[in-house]
Design a protein. Structure first.
Length: 146
């Protein structure tokens, strides 16, 4: 199963939360708004800042803000910022593999990897934020009587 890390999932939540206001937000404030533990929010923000997805501001009125609008940030960028390059196997596009010299499919995963990366790059965080009605994580949808 191909699954994103929990930290990447948190990064998306943090970025969407930052988009909800025009002002600079603090890690404790984001943690309170998202129910993600503050140390985790701080770690995510540090990783996102290192990749210029968020901007940090120091000082008494310091905090974080988006570097660009959600519509200009794609899912592939967030995954790469938190988990590193998107690769389905270790040998994809020059990765480490002890058997690459004898592998009958060496390089065969490259087109699949590119397709996955391109598909993820086509989905912006604005698309994700608008895709579903808001409800608590893990809660069941409310069914309306017919």
């Amino acid at each position: 199963m191909f699954r994103l890390s929990k930290l990447t999932d948190y990064a998306v939540v943090v970025l969407v939360s930052l988009a909800r206001g025009d002002m600079v937000q603090t890690a404790p404030g984001i943690a309170a708004a998202t129910a993600i533990p503050e140390p985790t929010v701080a770690k995510v923000l540090k990783l996102l800042a290192a990749q210029a997805l968020v901007l940090s501001q120091r000082g008494a009125r310091g905090g974080y803000r988006l570097a660009r609008p959600l519509a200009a940030i794609d899912v592939a960028e967030v995954i790469a910022a938190i988990d590193g390059p998107i690769a389905l196997t270790a040998c994809v596009e020059g990765g480490d593999c002890d058997a690459s010299h004898a592998c009958p499919i060496h390089g065969g995963w490259d087109p699949v990897n590119r397709a996955v990366r391109e598909a993820l790059a086509q989905v912006s965080l604005a698309d994700l934020a608008a895709a579903r009605p808001r409800r608590a994580c893990g809660s069941q949808p409310v069914l309306q009587p017919v």
